[in-house]
Design a protein around this ligand. Structure first.
Ligand SMILES: [Mg+2]
Length: 244
């Protein structure tokens, strides 16, 4: 038992819109036992407010919990850097989050913000490429190349879109989400937890697990999403029901 638990969402608590059986009960049991709970997702398709609504709707506790998504994280970065205008390649949650802090434009934007975009096409790639080559900051929500759906199926993730823009622009982005430890550290701060007493739980080694390790937290890999094998010696279980 840890003082705090920070859960990834996609592939850890649900796949697509389908709950992992027992996930709600597990999180509630930990909270009832006195643990503080945080949710940290690289998913930029929805804002933090939309994720709070989805979590609540599915039955997860959100009261007194920390919730971080990369859409809100990217908006916080844009605001902190004083960026006044941006071209957004992403879904409605990212558009709404960035629009709250900067003007959205495809004419000489100060930044290009790229996340998972289901309508990504050559035109968007061209606008993003020209803006970045013209000097705009290049901000990526995350670099997960795949995204876990129902039935173990994968679809291209934000990282695949980011890779296309990076190739065309010949520039590497500033990355907001995991494996950067930023969102994990924000959760620890918000929940009043120390790194060593907080377990980071996720389904990807290159994002969830690495961000937890970089933040100094113990980590736990679940095999219900992207990874199917755990490295030797790493705490893991088939899904969140296997948490001690
Ligand atoms: Mg995941």
């Amino acid at each position: 038992m840890y003082a705090g638990y920070l859960f990834d969402l996609d592939g850890t608590l649900w796949r697509g819109n389908t709950l992992i059986p027992g996930a709600v009960e597990t999180v509630r049991r930990l909270q009832d036992a006195g643990a503080r709970i945080g949710y940290v997702t690289n998913n930029s398709t929805q804002s933090t407010e939309q994720f709070v609504a989805k979590l609540t709707g599915m039955g997860f506790p959100t009261e007194g919990c920390a919730v971080k998504s990369t859409a809100s994280g990217a908006a916080a970065y844009v605001a902190a850097m004083g960026i006044g205008s941006a071209y957004v390649v992403g879904e409605s949650g990212l558009h709404a989050s960035i629009k709250a802090v900067a003007e959205l434009t495809d004419e000489s934007p100060e930044a290009v913000v790229v996340g998972l975009c289901f309508s990504f096409d050559y035109e968007k790639l061209k606008v993003a490429m020209r803006a970045i080559r013209g000097g705009a900051s290049f901000i990526a929500t995350n670099r997960d190349v795949t995204y876990p759906m129902e039935g173990g199926n994968l679809i291209p993730g934000a990282g695949s879109v980011v890779a296309a823009v990076a190739a065309a622009a010949e520039r590497e982005p500033i990355v907001i989400g995991k494996p950067e430890p930023t969102m994990i550290l924000q959760c620890l701060d918000e929940l009043g937890l120390r790194a060593e007493e907080t377990l980071v739980v996720g389904d990807r080694l290159d994002t969830d697990i690495e961000s937890g390790q970089r933040a100094g937290c113990p980590v736990h890999l679940v095999l219900s999403g992207v990874e199917t094998v755990a490295p030797l010696g790493m705490a893991h279980s088939l899904d969140v029901n296997g948490l001690a």
